[in-house]
Ligand binder design. Structure first.
Ligand SMILES: [Zn+2]
Length: 397
């Protein structure tokens, strides 16, 4: 039985019944129309006392439980949907790999390119599919730069659910192939990711389906928090810094939610600083963090397609978690991104897509500026596999 109790608006803090199918806060989101950051994103609140008890009982009964069993238990007690509804395709439990030779002793790479569709997005898709199954909904729609779509296509295929995708026509070819091979309905948009987001919103208002647009449904954030729970189990504690490739700000918000949940259940008293790594041209969250004033990115154009966003859906939440965690935003340019991608591939054996390499490029900047100490414990989120976008690197090898 899930310990999920109710939804709470991240803006006005009003509470809503956990059994309702709602997306944004009905009050703060009432006048929302696509083209601005989402107002009134909902957060899931759990019965933290019962979670703490369940975890204590588990550790007492299984003192020698290995990391994999601990992760399974954490994901079970912190999930808003019972595990029986999840797709059979295993998601998450990705390795935390020592980043030997990259600058400091305690550097770790959370390699989510090893998920079934090759990206971190499988975490949110798995939970959205579980929610659709629990509610008997047969169709899920999403907008995507490519990874969320290929991920949703794979996990829907594993569960007999129809996936409807809106993606920019210039998305990397491998991602479009993935969407098609899994049998999803692909609607190509002659425009940007932001245009695709609007189309998917329109579609879900007109059809009986679940909308997986990132940050729109609170479970897209809940699904992503599993990576934070895994890091906690894998390190036996939380690190000092986590570098996160940041487009919409939802992975950042998902990780922050994991740590807030662990804190609420009194399972940690130490929280990591979250660092948003953004492409120079797609830096709306960095600018927001610096100035306190939200403005769209001017003209997103970067080799890191997965974080190329003009209007980040979770901008307000990301702004909050950056400040609450004593984190920061760091801009990296395409030259730094491609150099970091190559270095990671040649020194660690991990081939990641350009967006993921932004985390390493930002880490180098932070190290150079003296913000990261030699004895700091640091995790880089490596969110997608390099084979998803070989065009970005093929002329450079
Ligand atoms: Zn509200």
């Amino acid at each position: 039985m899930s310990f999920f109790q109710y939804y709470r608006c991240s803006q006005c803090e009003k509470e809503y019944d956990s059994q309702h199918l709602i997306y944004l806060c009905p009050e703060c989101g009432r006048d929302y129309s696509a083209g601005i950051p989402l107002p009134g994103i909902l957060e899931c609140v759990f019965d933290y006392a019962s979670i703490a008890q369940a975890w204590a009982d588990f550790i007492k009964e299984n003192p020698d439980a290995g990391i994999e069993r601990r992760i399974h238990k954490l994901c079970e007690i912190f999930s808003p949907v019972d595990l029986e509804h999840y797709p059979n395709l295993p998601v998450g439990n990705s390795p935390l790999i020592p980043g030997t030779g990259l600058g400091i002793k305690n550097l770790y790479l959370k390699f989510d390119g090893l998920n079934p569709s090759g990206s971190f997005k499988d975490r949110a898709s798995a939970l959205m599919v579980a929610e659709a199954k629990r509610r008997g909904i047969k169709e899920i729609v999403t907008a995507s730069t490519g990874n969320a779509a290929s991920s949703l296509a794979a996990l829907c295929a594993a569960s007999g659910i129809k996936a409807v995708i809106f993606a920019p026509a210039n998305a990397p070819k491998a991602k479009l192939v993935q969407i098609k091979v899994h049998g999803a309905t692909l609607n190509l948009i002659n425009g940007s990711y932001d245009d695709a987001y609007k189309e998917a919103m329109k579609y879900s208002l007109e059809h009986d389906c679940l909308n997986r647009n990132t940050a729109y449904h609170p479970f897209t954030i809940e699904g992503k928090k599993t990576a934070g729970l895994e890091i906690f189990a894998q390190l036996g504690q939380l690190p000092d810094y986590i570098f996160v490739p940041t487009g919409d700000g939802v992975i950042l918000s998902g990780l922050a939610k994991a740590f807030a949940d662990l804190l609420a259940a009194r399972m940690t008293d130490h929280l990591p600083a979250l660092i948003a790594a953004q492409a120079e041209s797609s830096d709306a969250i960095c600018s927001y963090w610096e100035t306190g004033i939200y403005q769209d990115a001017k003209e997103p154009k970067t080799v890191a397609d997965s974080i190329s966003v003009k209007t980040p859906a979770a901008a307000h939440l990301a702004y909050r978690v950056l400040h609450e965690s004593d984190g920061m935003g760091i801009r990296v340019n395409d030259t730094e991104i491609l150099a970091a991608q190559k270095m990671l591939a040649s020194r660690t054996g991990i081939f990641c897509e350009p967006a993921s390499a932004s985390a390493l490029a930002a880490f180098f900047q932070a190290k150079e500026q003296g913000w990261i100490k030699d004895n700091s414990k640091v995790v880089l989120m490596i969110t997608g596999h390099g084979l998803k976008d070989i065009e970005a690197v093929k002329d450079d090898t």
